[in-house]
Design a protein around this ligand. Structure first.
Ligand code: ATR
Length: 278
């Protein structure tokens, strides 16, 4: 009997936790499969993906820097992948067409609502950053009916463009960091999500203190053994609750796994396990 093949494509990929978490999911749900991490040459995504599926591969995860290549490569896209403008999951449909999906946003919202038990419904949400990572998470937030969503970015035009892309379903505010500081009757936000890449370079976006209170929950989409600069700022400002993005990683993986295998793994124990070996 041949074993079903899955992989994550990225560059670099050596530190990817995806093989580990999919091995946990497979063990837990008693699925016989192989999941490997493959480093693909920067210009060779479609060649690599083509070969993978021709050799019988059943599904791929895609990480930096190939999420746009995967978007172009897919024969068709799910609605949420179209909105996200990026693909992190490729799967075969019943006619063996390769479909592009995006599970990043639902992974984040699942971690926030199910593990952390933060409420999005009717709350005021602030999102830092306006790059590809943020574009992927907006639609699932809108689906949970927040009171407001504000996107703040160093380059305000990018925040505005992103907000405009969702104007048919939700009125998102866009602003720059100085504008955030100057808001009239400033109220603190209920949830602040750091979707900027500042934590990657050990930096903190220029955040004013009027956006956070003791009722604010702060989430960094990056994860690390130590607190990121954003989460340190949140702690110093006495945030109600803080979390890094390890749960998002595990939950987006669980969504991909369930698309491929038709069974949803339990994620809480997998988050704990991966945290213990970070
Ligand atoms: P990704 O696909 O991971 O989102 P990206 O498209 O390069 O990466 O976007 C990075 C985001 O982080 C951008 O919103 C960027 O702000 P600009 O658009 O103004 O460049 C933001 N960013 C990066 N470093 C930052 C920092 N030190 N402070 C604040 N924002 C930062």
């Amino acid at each position: 009997m041949t074993i079903d093949l899955y992989a994550v494509f990225g560059n670099p990929i050596a530190h990817s936790k995806s093989p580990l978490l999919h091995a946990e999911f497979a063990k837990q749900t008693k699925q016989d499969l192989s999941y490997t991490a493959q480093c693909i040459d920067i210009d060779s995504f479609s060649k690599g993906a083509d070969e993978f599926f021709k050799q019988g591969g059943k599904g791929l995860n895609i990480t930096v820097p190939f999420k746009h290549d995967a978007f172009d490569f897919a024969a068709d896209l799910t609605e949420r992948a179209k909105r996200a403008g990026a693909v992190n999951t490729l799967f075969l449909d019943k006619d063996n067409f390769i479909i592009g999906d995006n599970t990043d946003g639902i992974g984040l919202v699942t971690d926030i609502t199910q593990h952390l038990k933060w409420t999005i419904n009717n709350k005021n949400i602030l999102i830092l950053g306006a790059g590809g990572a943020v574009r992927g998470i907006i639609e699932p937030f809108i689906k949970d009916s927040p009171n407001s969503i504000t996107i703040v970015n160093r380059t305000k035009e990018k925040a505005q463009q992103l907000a405009d892309g969702f104007s048919d379903i939700f009125a998102i505010d866009a602003c720059s960091y100085p504008e955030l500081a100057e808001r009239d009757n400033a109220i603190a936000f209920d949830i602040i999500i750091n979707g900027s890449s500042a934590s990657l370079s050990g930096e903190l976006p220029p955040l004013p203190n009027n956006i956070i209170s003791e009722n604010t929950c702060c989430y960094d989409m990056m994860y690390a053994k130590e607190l990121t600069p954003f989460l340190m700022w949140a702690k110093e400002n006495k945030a109600l609750s803080i979390s890094d993005g390890l749960g998002m990683l595990v939950c987006q993986g669980a969504e991909s796994f369930s698309i491929w295998r038709g069974v949803k793994p339990e994620t809480g124990s997998v988050i704990e396990y991966i945290r213990s070996i970070l």
